[in-house]
Design a protein around this ligand. Sequence first.
Ligand SMILES: Cc1ncc(COP(=O)(O)O)c(C=O)c1O
Length: 339
Amino acid sequence: MIDWSKLTFHYTETDYIVRSACHNGIWGKPYATRDKYMSIHVAATGLQYGQECFEGLKAFRGIDGKVRIFRMEENAKRMQRSAEGLLMTPIPAELFCEAIQLALEKNIDFLPPYETGATLYFRPVLVATTPEISVGPGKDCEFIVIPTPIGPYFPNGFKGTPFLVNRSIDRAAPQGTGQWKVGGNYAASFRASEMAHALGYECMFTDAKTHRYIDECTASNFIGIKRLATGDYEYLTPRSSAILPSITNDSLMTLASEMGLKVTRRRIRLEELADMCEAAACGTACVISPITKVVDLDRDKVYPLGEPGPVLTQLYHALQDIQYGRVEDKYGWTRIFEL
Ligand SMILES: Cc1ncc(COP(=O)(O)O)c(C=O)c1O
C-alpha cells in the first residue's frame, strides 16, 4: 500500500510499462508488459553515442473524480523535435498518446487520489537500438513509457528553494542540444547539480557563451516577476537557444497575460534579479517552485528574493485549478478520462 503523502520525486514501480518498437521505419502497436527490463544490442547507438531522448508529463485525479492528462500532445510534438535533433525516427503523435493512455489505464491503481499532492508521472523514453560502432545515427528505436506515482520535486515545494549559479560547469552550448530533451544534457548537468546540492542549493545555469544571462535550471525554466513603475507586474522569462521550451512556462505565459501581466521573453542578465520581486523555477515536475535567493558563487553576490509572493501564488493556483478540474479548461489543455 502506497502512502501517497510520503511520495517524493523518486521512482516507485507500478504494474506495467508500455513499449513499442520501430524497425525499418515501421512502428509496432504499443503494448503493456510487466517486464521492466529490455534486451538491447550491446552496440546500439543509444548506448554508444547517447542517441536517446525522453519526456515527462502527469495525470491528475480531479476534484470531480475524473482523470486529466495535461497537454500530452505538446509532449508528443516536443519528443518529435528531440528525435529529429538526434536524427532518430520520431514517434507519431497519435502513437505517443495511445501509449500514454494505455499506461494510464493499466496502472490506474497507482494514480494518487485527489488532494494528496501526488500525481502519476509518465516518463516516455525513445532510445536508438540499431547496432553500429562507426559514429553515426541509428534509425531503429524502442519507445517506452514508464509510469510512476510521484510527490513534490523540491523538498520545500511551494515554500521556496535557494539556487546557486556556478559558471565553472556549462549545461548546453548555444547551438547545441539544450533545446531538446535529450539524456546527454542531463548527464552533463550532474556535476553542477551535485555541487549545488552539497552546498544546500538547487542549480541555475547561465548561458554557456557569455555566462551573463540566465538560461534555466536543471529540469525547469526560470520565471521572474518585476513590478513596473505603473504598479503593474511583468512576467519575464529567458529567450535562449540552449533551453528547453517548457510546456508549463508556455501555459503560465498564457495565464499571466490573461491576468493582466505584461509577458516578456528576452535575454535576462543575472544582475536583473536585483530588480525582481518574485522568481521561480517552473516545469511539469516542480510546477512553480519559488526561488528564495540566488547565490552567484563566482562573483560572491547574493540576490535575496524572499517568501513566495502573490503573483506566483496566483499563477500556481490558476494552473493547478485547471489540472485538477476545479475550473473550466477553456484552453483545451487537458484530456479527460473516466477511469
Ligand atoms: C531542462 C528542462 N527545462 C525545463 C523543463 C520544464 O519543461 P515542462 O514544463 O515541459 O515540463 C524541463 C522538464 O521537462 C527540463 O528538463
